[in-house]
Design a protein around this ligand. Sequence first.
Ligand code: CP
Ligand code: NVA
Length: 313
Amino acid sequence: MTETAQHSIRHFLDLSDLDAPTLRAILDMAGALKERLKKGERPQLLKDKVLAMIFERESTRTRISFDVGMRQLGGETLMLSGREMQLSREETVSDTARVLSRFVDAVMIRILSHDDLLELAGAASIPVINGLTHLSHPCQIMADIMTYEEHRGDISGARVAWVGDANNVLASWIHATAIFGNRLHIAVPDALGPSQGMLADIAAAGDRIEVTNDPRDACAGADLVITDTWVSMGDKEADKRRKILEPYRVDDALMACTAPDSLFMHCLPAHRGDEVTSSVIDGPKSVVFDEAENRLHAQKAILAHVFGIDRLP
Ligand code: CP
Ligand code: NVA
């Protein structure tokens, strides 16, 4: 593989790797594919292409939306678990990448180590998609922005509040904020605050991101409130985390501080009674199941993008 060919591979590793027009084009494609599907049309953009999916950790939405999305586009999938591969017996990530590149057309991987994701992409001669690492979850945020804009229009200028843990989903929201022009008000406890890497990304977004430890400050006048589990995959000391995060539960009192037509999102899986009350996640402001559905449409658009397809026939 020449250096030029390597650079021309369209990976989807982090939103911060892509520019605004590219991400906008993917969102437009997602909307167009959703409309076509509602009319019963399934453009066969990826006929005969094979996507390998490697899951080192559990998944419902990512796994099913990529699998169904690939089939709707005319392609096929291979569902692989890290445990069943020689990866679990110390075959290197880069050898695995080179071998997969001889068999399949693209790889989607959920792996906790972000360094391993980068090693895989660096050694692969086919596109690699980040299906979640401990550091980021870019596919999720494409579906989140699509969902917000379907309900409320252009996200630029919207006030988004993140309440809870400074985790991988927040990291990708920080990347998105630098690109999409919204504001992001983050309420996290000091004891579980942003990492150094996240602080650097926050600084890079300029004055559009603010960090506080007061959920009410973050949610005042918010157009969108987002939270996520208090214990992400791979996190240790679950009980300690729950205790620290107890004041960060999204409940009706907190939602009462937000704008009158605010929305609530959660990437799911949710833990009712921990990070969010049932009254909020199952209440009128919640769009969590639209958000989950949009994983399918966003995933299809991300697949089209990595395969170099920028418009529908
Ligand atoms: N939101 C999300 O990525 O869900 P899964 O873990 O079920 O894939
Ligand atoms: N932050 C969560 C997201 C799950 C989709 C985790 O990493 O477990």
